[in-house]
Ligand binder design. Sequence first.
Ligand code: HEM
Length: 390
Amino acid sequence: MNIKLLGATVLALATLLFNPVWAEDAPAVDRTATGGAQTLEDIMARQQQLKVDESFRSENLGDPASAAAITEQLGTRGGVSDSDTWRGIRYNENDIKTQARGPAANVLIQDGGMPWYQLREGPIITYGGGALLGIIILLVVFYFVRGKIMIDGGPSGTKIERFKAIERFGHWLLAGSFIALALTGLLTLMGRSFLIPVIGHEAYSTLAVGSKWLHNNVAWAFMLGLVMTFCMWVVHNIPNKLDWQWIKAGGGIFSKSHPSSKKFNAGQKIIFWTVMILGVSVSLSGLSLLFPFEMPMFAGTFSTVNGIFGTDFPTALTPHEEMQYANIWHSIVAFAMMVAIIAHIYIGSVGMEGAFDAMGNGEVDLEWARQHHDLWVAEVEAKQGKGGSS
Ligand code: HEM
């Protein structure tokens, strides 16, 4: 499938979460008493974080016709008042010229900052942090209910090569960088709420500066790891009919059976594609944050999505709104990845006997391989029978 389209779809789904449409609409207000200007109800509704229809202000920028007619009598601005000018600036209707150069230099007022900040400090931390705790609790419960998945009959003692050194290097580059990014990302997002009260501003400041430096630079290793693992493993992760059988058998997790599988089973394919798709998306939004205002992606993505699904996402975004969307999206995708990866780490280490060796020294026990990847073992043995190697 077209990666851009896929990214756009995933992006749109998260936008539903972020777009200030999460706020309820404020009740309609009669503004005749104020001559169409703001009322106390408007101010109160905004304080209650209701979504106020601002068109009564954004479309009230003075009457250009009358302004032009009386310009000469009243000076340069004619019939346009100070309020008209400030409203024009706020709603990006004025043609601003500044001496400062830069992609967002001519945005003098932007009011997306507060909703963005509240979303980041509120629901993102609460739901994101909650999801991480949730998956950890779930895995602990799973461990006590199901126990470690053992090799039936014990290990055979014979080894079979599962991953070559270059594959393990790609995996650990991806894994090491992801873990570093996850920790430094969480520190940046949650430090203000959870660390400053404990270690104080000065210590946190040093930690935050180091964390940001690490996060920005380790990101390149993650992207390299992503490309490497994609190239090496994509052929083994194309979905096929067998995956459906594996899913129907629940991976044999509770029935303690061993559904057939080639090199990667359906569960692993799900992890692979989650890592690849979300990995590309987190990288793109990360690049957009790394090069502020230079890689805006949301307006374009929204118009593609609107074109396909007939949705109504905003397609005219200010440079700051682009950054705010990128930031929120980056966190949502990162949390989704962390949840999947915590489950992956569990099953690749304490959750399953013999699994870690595959990425440890590259060789797994033959009995483990027969039980979890029978068709792959058959393929390798057939090749070796013909004098080839795995
Ligand atoms: C300490 C952390 C980790 C451990 C112990 C671990 C362990 C493993 C093991 C043992 C395998 C091979 C499974 C097999 O033989 O079939 C594997 C595969 C894989 N790992 Fe990890 N891993 C870790 C972290 C990560 C991270 C952070 C990522 C990505 C961000 C990742 C992505 C993958 C992918 C895409 C595969 C191939 C598909 C799959 O087997 O699910 N791993 N990992």
